[in-house]
Design a protein around this ligand. Structure first.
Ligand SMILES: [Zn+2]
Length: 210
């Protein structure tokens, strides 16, 4: 079946997979039957980042922050590239720069938002330069393993940062008044407030505040 110019985006996406399917080694067995597991793994865009779910467990971030973070992990935030796929908008430009807005660009290819996350990480005394979302999520997942105070703070910081930056992006995109431009301070204050409830983490936060 040929791919026509006027085919819907979903039909085009399905037909594109037909070509990539041929390249999967071992996608069918000797009898010519499709091995579903192999095909499923290949087709999953987020196959490499399945481990992110652990960042949700015992995360001290606010429920609303966890929800937005969860959407981001699933690449389900209404970024402009996704809206365009659904035919909602045409202008793809990021609100902060001239690049197209995708989740990889926003978190944290976009310099404006990358700098804010970088400041939060520096406050946590984490030596790391933010990368684009897929890479960054892998890094967050790796770095927030275990029950140590730093892992706890890092995963709550990731959720609070994604939430606050998404809200900031919405305010700028929809022309709302942005009253506070010290976004990183806002995020840090929330991390401190939420973490202070835990006696084990409180003393470490106190050191970070000195
Ligand atoms: Zn940008």
């Amino acid at each position: 079946m040929p791919v026509k110019q006027n085919s819907s985006w979903i039909l085009k996406a399905i037909l594109q997979q037909r070509d990539s399917l041929q390249q999967v080694e071992g996608w069918n067995n000797m009898k010519g039957k499709i091995i579903t597991r192999k095909v499923y793994q290949m087709l999953r865009v987020d196959y490499a980042v399945v481990g992110w779910r652990q960042t949700m467990y015992q995360n001290m971030a606010r429920p609303r922050a966890l929800f937005v973070f969860w959407l981001a992990c699933h690449c389900r935030l209404a970024t402009k590239d996704r809206l365009q796929k659904f035919g909602v908008i045409v202008n793809l430009k990021c609100c902060f720069c001239h690049n197209d807005e995708t989740i990889n660009h926003l978190f944290f290819g976009c310099i404006e938002l990358k700098n804010i996350w970088h400041k939060v990480l520096r406050w946590l005394k984490v030596d790391h330069v933010p990368m684009e979302w897929n890479e960054e999520l892998r890094w967050i997942t790796r770095s927030s393993k275990g029950k140590g105070w730093k892992a706890q703070l890092l995963k709550s910081a990731a959720a609070e940062t994604v939430y606050t930056l998404w809200k900031y992006r919405n305010d700028v995109c929809f022309g709302n008044q942005v009253y506070n431009t010290n976004i990183d301070e806002d995020i840090i204050n929330t991390i401190v407030y939420r973490g202070w409830r835990s006696p084990k983490i409180r003393e470490h936060i106190a050191h970070l505040l000195i």
